[in-house]
Design a protein around this ligand. Structure first.
Ligand code: THU
Length: 127
């Protein structure tokens, strides 16, 4: 899978973010081990703590479709040079990691950078 395709989908869905409070759009696209892609954008709420991040929105769509094994995620915000996933989303990604882990694909101006989730979240919590 060309990660540029994954990133393009993250960019597209970021345009649909519901962000009346932060004006900070984020888009994400997850790729599952079955090569299916699911997108999500952040959506906020007047009760600010109820905001859902783009990553968790995308993960939820994958899970709802029966896809629980994620091998990559692209994350994008037009408001930041590199938009890293928040700590909560790192842990939620950890829950659905594939055997080979998860590639976290970020846009750094004109190029893509790829981290392993384990680099961004060493010792993720599992039961
Ligand atoms: N946000 C995400 O969607 N993903 C992250 O990993 C970090 C933060 C959203 C939440 C909120 O709507 C806005 O960015 C500002 O925090």
């Amino acid at each position: 899978m060309d990660y540029n395709v994954l990133m393009q989908k993250a960019i597209e869905v970021s345009k649909r973010a519901y962000i009346p409070y932060s004006d900070f759009p984020v888009g994400a696209c997850v790729l599952t081990v079955n090569d299916k892609m699911y997108t999500g954008c952040n959506f906020e709420n007047a009760s600010l703590g109820l905001t859902i991040c783009a990553e968790r929105n995308a993960i939820g769509s994958a899970v709802a479709d029966g896809e629980k094994c994620i091998k990559a995620i692209a994350i994008y915000s037009p408001k930041m040079d590199v938009c890293y996933p928040c700590g909560a989303c790192r842990q939620v990604l950890h829950e659905f990691r594939s055997e080979k882990g998860i590639d976290v694909v970020l846009k750094d101006n004109d190029k893509l950078i790829v981290y392993k989730l384990e680099e961004l979240l060493p010792g993720g919590f599992s039961l």
